[in-house]
Design a protein around this ligand. Structure first.
Ligand code: HEC
Ligand code: HEC
Ligand code: HEC
Ligand code: HEC
Ligand code: HEC
Ligand code: HEC
Ligand code: HEC
Length: 346
């Protein structure tokens, strides 16, 4: 099997891209539904699966329309409205000039925020200057837009994305690596099965033929660091153990709290358990963040409990562990992230 050779190779970064080079073709995530119904059902409605959708499908965005905003940085009046066909229109008025564009895709599941991206009549990809924020329950300027004065009147609608950047946006928010066609098919939008497990056609064939051999990657085989790398292709590439400059930068940069894979590996919990603290100790990779504080405390207690000699007991409290040791950092406008660098005194 191609895959067995992949994890654990000393000094190499394990990425799903490497895994994608296996000879299997893609089956499409729909193909996994029948045999893995339970996983499929929860994954389908998770933030991963919903992180890219046609904007016309996104109720919470459309509900607040029409909406108007005076963009003082761009010196324009921005207006979001619904056109009769049900699509969302963004218009900009400045002096006697007016321009508008129909918004096509919603980036973000809406757990934190939704930013539309579209193509204008010149064929340029544009990131809307207006986004929707769950925390505020309202529309406001997109993160970064306040610091960016539009270069032209057309850009008061949004920033034109260079081809590499556009590829990156779609690349991290879809299920397959991007070929030249930048626009994913509907069923490849969002992060679905084959993004983490690799192409599944061989597995579907083998499983349908009742073959015993496991022809798809099981990430349980990964060590904690390898998993931080795999999830870190999107959630922040972890520093190599010997790269002290990079480690220091990650420690000192507040924005790094947005990248759980970079911060987690700095923790004593991670380093003193021989890679035992994988992302999956605290997260079901097929579901959203656990919904209750009780469920978030449980993994801490597997190591930090009276009777277990491996890890110390908190002198201050016996619940709400992450509330104090993984505090939320407001690193983006309207948006908070839990700092995965677990410390006694963050
Ligand atoms: C025809 C039924 C069938 C379909 C379709 C199917 N699977 Fe499976 N899958 C199985 C069975 C049976 C097993 C357990 C036996 C094995 O490990 O191969 C399994 C095991 C797995 C495992 C664990 C592998 C391991 O090493 O234990 C993963 C991961 C997986 N499937 C993912 C997928 C994904 C992703 C898809 C869609 C691309 C998919 N499966 C489609 C039947 C199916
Ligand atoms: C292909 C890129 C990609 C990969 C690989 C990836 N993620 Fe994500 N993840 C995202 C994106 C994008 C979101 C944001 C979803 C949204 O729009 O709110 C996200 C959200 C999450 C969330 C928050 C979900 C919620 O709303 O409660 C968790 C937890 C998470 N990822 C864990 C993981 C873990 C663990 C892995 C590795 C097993 C992983 N991710 C791999 C891109 C990725
Ligand atoms: C390196 C991979 C990567 C790239 C490139 C990327 N994203 Fe994301 N995106 C993520 C991950 C991971 C999350 C979830 C955690 C977070 O917000 O950091 C996310 C979350 C989001 C969210 C939800 C709000 C939030 O902060 O959780 C929006 C909206 C979004 N991305 C839009 C975009 C747009 C637009 C682009 C291109 C300009 C882009 N992303 C490029 C990985 C990426
Ligand atoms: C964000 C990455 C990610 C996505 C997307 C994802 N998986 Fe997984 N999957 C994992 C990880 C990580 C594990 C290993 C969990 C563990 O260590 O127990 C796993 C384990 C599995 C297993 C083995 C379960 C077991 O108990 O042995 C199956 C089957 C599976 N996934 C199927 C799917 C299917 C079907 C989809 C799409 C509906 C999917 N996965 C989407 C990351 C992902
Ligand atoms: C020791 C437990 C633990 C481990 C290990 C862990 N997380 Fe988390 N994670 C949390 C907690 C706690 C939250 C915040 C939940 C809340 O209160 O909303 C969280 C939230 C997140 C979020 C949502 C964005 C945010 O910050 O609110 C993402 C994405 C995420 N984790 C990804 C990862 C990835 C990727 C890994 C592996 C590199 C990982 N986590 C490992 C406990 C953990
Ligand atoms: C896989 C086992 C494991 C898990 C799970 C785990 N830890 Fe730890 N943690 C350790 C070990 C080992 C140490 C270092 C030795 C000690 O403190 O006894 C440590 C150290 C700590 C420290 C002291 C860090 C410092 O700055 O000195 C804190 C605080 C902590 N953990 C909190 C948590 C919280 C909160 C969670 C859950 C979100 C958690 N841990 C989950 C194993 C774990
Ligand atoms: C109200 C905030 C708060 C909560 C909630 C909390 N802690 Fe702590 N914890 C602290 C503080 C403050 C310290 C540092 C104490 C000191 O150094 O005097 C600490 C220290 C620790 C240490 C280091 C102990 C040592 O001897 O090195 C560990 C491990 C730890 N906490 C784990 C946890 C776990 C696990 C939970 C949940 C069951 C938890 N904490 C809940 C505030 C909190």
């Amino acid at each position: 099997m191609l895959l067995q050779a992949v994890p654990g190779v000393a000094g190499q970064t394990w990425t799903p891209e490497r895994f994608w080079q296996q000879r299997s073709g893609y089956a499409g995530s729909e193909a996994c539904r029948n045999c893995h119904a339970g996983i499929y059902a929860k994954q389908e409605v998770s933030g991963h699966a919903r992180t890219l959708r046609p904007l016309s499908e996104v109720g919470e965005f459309k509900r607040g329309l029409p909406f108007e905003l005076l963009d003082r940085v761009g010196n324009a009046n921005l207006r979001l409205s619904l056109d009769p066909s049900g699509s969302v229109l963004l218009s900009s008025v400045r002096g006697g000039e007016q321009t508008s564009v129909s918004l096509r895709w919603a980036f973000g599941a809406g757990t934190k925020a939704i930013t539309p991206v579209t193509v204008n009549d010149r064929g340029d990809y544009v990131e809307s200057r207006v986004s929707w924020f769950r925390g505020a329950g309202a529309f406001d300027l997109t993160p970064g837009a306040r610091e960016r004065v539009p270069g032209s009147f057309a850009e008061t609608l949004g920033q034109v994305l260079a081809p590499e950047d556009r590829k990156k946006c779609f690349g991290c928010h879809t299920s397959r690596p991007m070929a030249d066609d930048p626009v994913p098919a509907r069923n490849e939008m969002g992060i679905r099965c084959e993004r983490c497990h690799g192409p599944g056609l061989e597995h579907v064939r083998a499983a349908s033929a009742d073959s015993r051999k496991s022809s798809i990657f099981h990430p349980r085989k990964l060590t904690g660091f390898q998993m931080a790398q795999v999830c870190g292709t999107c959630h922040g590439r972890p520093p190599r153990e010997i790269d002290f400059d990079e480690i220091r930068q990650i420690q000192e940069r507040p924005l790094a709290a947005r990248f759980p894979s970079q911060r987690l590996v700095l923790s004593r919990c991670f380093n003193e358990t021989d890679g035992g603290l994988k992302c999956t100790v605290c997260h079901d990779p097929h579901d959203n963040v656990a919904p209750s504080q009780e469920a978030l405390d449980t993994p801490c207690r597997t190591c930090h409990s009276p009777g277990r000699k491996s890890a110390a007991i908190c002198p201050k409290a016996s619940s709400n562990c992450s509330g104090c040791h993984m505090p939320k950092a407001r690193v983006l406008h309207h948006t908070e992230f839990a700092d995965h660098w677990i410390r006694a005194k963050p």
